[in-house]
Design a protein around this ligand. Sequence first.
Ligand SMILES: *Cc1c(COP(=O)(O)O)cnc(C)c1O
Length: 417
Amino acid sequence: MHYFQYKDEQLHAEEVSIKDIVERVGTPAYIYSHATLERHFKAMDDAFAGTPHTICYSVKANSSLGVLKTFINLGGGVDIVSGGELYRALAAGVDPKKVVYSGVGKRDDEIAYALDSGILLFNVESEQELDRIDMVAGHLGKKAGIALRVNPDVDPETHPYITTGLKKAKFGINIERALEQYARAKTLQNLEIIGVDCHIGSQLTKVSPFVDTIKKLKRLVAGVREMGIDLKYLDLGGGLGIQYNDEVPPLPSEYGKAILEETKDLGLHLLFEPGRNLVGNAGILVAKCLFTKKGDEKDFIIIDAGMNDLARPALYGSFHGVQPVVKDQEGTVVADIVGPICESGDFLVKEREVPNFKQGDFVAFMSAGAYGFTMSSNYNSRPRVPEIMVKGDRYEVIREREKVEDLIKGEHLPSFL
Ligand SMILES: *Cc1c(COP(=O)(O)O)cnc(C)c1O
């Protein structure tokens, strides 16, 4: 069951007409389906039923408080990569004991904030970071739970910009040097070594790279235990892909089955950090067609959303499905769908057959719930767009559209001008 469906030629999110929403809140706007968020979380959670595990949703995929609260209500924790994400997750009511903190560049103040908040563990990505966390924990008189993020040198076969587990990546500690670092961590007084962590990339459409990774991690776990370290957690990161176009990613149940098969005898509590898989297909971006333009070589559909609102096509050449909010177009056209930004990279669709949109039509970009709003910016001094959550026959604005006044908030004209 898909929660973005047509009824009487009008696109709906659950029971609510998208046209009704955007006629009230305007365009562009992100619209999320609560039922889809819940279904995706439960599918992931159910895939590991019967095994001790925690789903630590990766906040960077979509950090709206409403989205965070939806998962927290279902028992979820979070994976954060900054102090700002920790602040959001705490504001949404997360249990600090279900927070894991990843990222290659943690600052002292962020480490201290996380320690004061009582998070479960830090996924440590370098030798120097180990020392730093030990030092900050010492100053605060606390013990920091840690896992080492190891880089297993496995190719996830995804886009190079979202590949993180190869030797040449900036992420994690080379698995061949991980044992040395566990030994070193053991000598540091203010650390409690409780886990092994990895995250190999995003939008994976096969199970095999996850399985290959676990095989390597198992050897490491055995080595760490031989040192007398009492490991409790195995964090397998996120990365499970979704369908944007014609890719066929494994179902969470298939992913779960393969992982449980490999990990069943380890006696470790499993942690997962899914982002895209939970939110990607739970959101759409809706824009309005401002103009259509016949070029010499191709046609353009110019809309009121741009690369600052949805960066993925410009950044990775990503595909987003395009659907009319009201189906009343005549035929199709091969066109670029472009935004108002003064950059040639400002396209959401490149040379694709799409409905023959006319001025004033509302255009929905599908699968925009992950890395959509969170990657948006104010480039070209464009206020960021609102976010709306639909639940059944109700909807609410969960983040207001920014106003032009917001664009200069915190700016000061220097006194010498
Ligand atoms: C981005 C990220 C995730 C989430 O990745 P998805 O592909 O969205 O599931 C999980 N863990 C870490 C460390 C990340 O950086």
